[in-house]
Design a protein. Structure first.
Length: 201
């Protein structure tokens, strides 16, 4: 498996969240609309352990990923706004910015399916159930053997693959999010990955 696979899995599962979700409160089920702001944190274990801290509202999101890669700490900030994914990688005191139109990038050809989690689950097999953070989740198995524990067919609270396990440690709907929270920093120059791919062709 290529070194980029773990990063892609993180982004894949993170984008899977941006479709809406539900919350269990006071023993009752409360639906959260597409425009409800949400905060969720994951702990990542496996070959490259780390954390994922994510805020999102509607189709836009901001994500902070911290992970160990080849013995070194690497931090990534990602901003998804209007189908443009901005990624800032910081390692050894240096920052590098990249951007990509997820609607055109072949690496994200399943973007629409990822956002529509219910449709994505139709491709998986339901194998059981478990509780994560007190939420009863259905466990789905993909064709590649990956397991996803999903609350109300919308919120993945645990993901298990051969490379890593991601488990939610915090789930907060209705949080306050600043209007500019999903705007990428203006002092970072972002390389356009779509243009680079076209040049390579």
């Amino acid at each position: 498996m290529k070194k980029t696979s773990t990063l892609f899995l993180i982004i894949f599962f993170a984008l899977l969240l941006i479709a809406g979700c539900g919350k269990k409160q006071g023993g009752k089920d409360v639906d959260v609309t597409d425009n409800t702001p949400v905060h969720i944190k994951y702990e990542i274990t496996g070959k490259e352990p780390g954390t994922l801290d994510m805020h999102y509202k509607g189709k836009n999101a901001s994500m902070v990923v911290g992970m160990m890669k080849e013995g070194q700490t690497m931090n990534m900030n990602m901003f998804l706004k209007d189908k443009i994914l901005y990624t800032i990688i910081e390692a050894e005191g240096k920052k590098m910015g990249m951007k990509s139109d997820v609607s055109k990038d072949e690496s994200f050809k399943d973007f629409d399916a990822i956002l529509n989690s219910k449709e994505k689950l139709k491709e998986m097999e339901k194998t059981g159930s478990e509780e994560v953070l007190g939420y009863k989740c259905d466990i789905y198995k993909s064709k590649t053997g990956d397991l996803v524990s999903v609350y109300k067919e919308r919120v993945p609270l645990k993901m298990v693959s051969k490379e890593m396990t991601m488990t939610a440690t915090l789930f907060e709907p209705d949080v306050k999010i600043a209007d500019d929270a999903f705007d990428p920093p203006k002092d970072i120059e972002f390389m356009d990955l779509n243009n680079m791919q076209n040049l390579m062709k």
